[in-house]
Design a protein around this ligand. Sequence first.
Ligand code: M6R
Length: 609
Amino acid sequence: MCGIIGYTGQLESITILLEGLKALEYRGYDSAGISFFHNNQIQTVKTTGKVSELERNVIETHRQDLSSTCGIGHTRWATHGGVTDINSHPHTFGNVTLIHNGIIENYHQIELEFATMGKYPRSQTDSEIAAMLIDHLYQGNPTEAIKKAVKRLEGSYAFCILFHDQPDVIYSIRLGSPLVACHNSQGSFIASDLVALLPYSKDYFVLPEYHIAKLTKSEIIVTDFDGTIISPKMLHVNWDIRSAQKNGYPHFMLKEIYEQPTSLHSTLIPRLNQDFLPDLTMDHIPNRIFDSINRIIIVACGTAMHAGLVGKILMERLLRIPVTVELASEFRYQDPILCDNSLVITISQSGETADTLAALRLAKEKSSTTLSIVNVKGSSIARESDYVLYTHAGPEIAVASTKAYTAQLACLYLLTYHFALYKERVTIKECQEAMKNFSAILPAIQKTLELENEIKEISQNIIKTKDVFFIGRGLDYALSCEGSLKLKEISYIHSEAYAAGELKHGTLSLITDGVPVIALATQSHVYPKMISNIREVRARGARIIIISNGDFPMENSIYDYRISLPMVDDFLAPFTAAVTLQLLAYYTSLYLGIDMDQPRNLAKSVTVE
Ligand code: M6R
């Protein structure tokens, strides 16, 4: 989605803006632009295409003089209006230059009013209307104009605004879309995403919704709508700036796949106590919340929802409590049955996914206990949930989620065992045994990464195909859903995941000579069933790629390729299988010449509906 960066201070702002936009590129965008004060005048450069294109334009346009110490920058992901230079941000009308993330839902109505007045040209975008509205209401007091304007706006927004007669000052406000800010001896910074602030500070605050931030070179003042100055809660992140850089890897996705032994170490090890039992003390999750829970609803989108599918199987098996997994975009409009004995678990890497956030708010309205599993500290979902389990996976830059997914799984395992121990569904000894097995997953993942060459060969083998099918049972079906999503989102090859037992109810008709079927066979209790399903597709000519947990004996006539993963407890096979499927998707995309870090039409963080 769109990215925002703003800076005012002692340093050269144009460089900071361009570097900030580069750091935000991973979010997905189609055009970029900056505005900055130069000799008290606002200059704007914007273009469709990449930030590198914008940088070239900036150098060409301002070759002589690049000096500025205050400006705002934006990467746009088109929602209203085509991908054109004009529709790129910043937008300037009258006294106002503005950048916007989010969607203004009632913009058309406001546009009609302006059309009647004949004051402004017709517009294609909601963001232009916001700029017009603020300019229209501006009578020398920026805060008043902003307050009046946002009272008229419906939808979500994060704005950074320059007023032409207020040099070197940036005004910001947000509702529904994220903005984080920090001030240090170099000046004041604001961005839609922490990643853009990392080079300058690890201490930051989230701008509270419906509050106005005034950024000057010497301070950031945050006021509520009554004009009262508030001190937002400062947060600290221990993300290393290098964790947001490629560090010698050709792509962020590959780097993030390879980081998993380390990222899982951060998720897991600090949460095991000296007796090798799960310990959620650092997360401040009190045991009493489990006392009355008789139903769990997991709500999320995309990969995070697939982590929920794994969580459901674990929780139901161990806790014997009914668990449903819901797509947030559906859940929020289904009038779900929730009550105060329901625990709603939202899962989100970014913590800003609009549908998941809306689902969380709905759950809270209906008095359910809410717990979120989130990667980004201080994000909206984390802040609004009753309880948070941070995944501690470090920044995830590639659009395709990898290390965040396995960290989400790890949190679900920890939570399930913690809950099960408290409810005496498992004994201390069983839990210790499970946690020992769990920590052995780190070397097992390392070994899985060593299977890279075998996986590359399979990728080579599927690049020419139009369709790929993933099949599995139980946890393997949950993994198939994720494997299929990963492959299609970055290789653009059509793929489907099926519960292996469902094949004969329709899917078998799609299996013809040479169609690749990736069969996950890691669950011993359904292993014979799975082998029968593999035979069914084999008999229809499918090219079979089997992924098994260890070296189960199996006739080699039933497969073309086989990946034998390091043997782990069945319950933990999703970790090693996930890494394999991530590598498979990565290399398939690589061999097809696709930019897997930023696949077409997709954004890292989906902050609009
Ligand atoms: O930030 P979130 O975890 O809430 O994002 C949810 C999905 O948009 C995300 O997992 C998406 O499906 C990934 N790009 C898949 O790799």
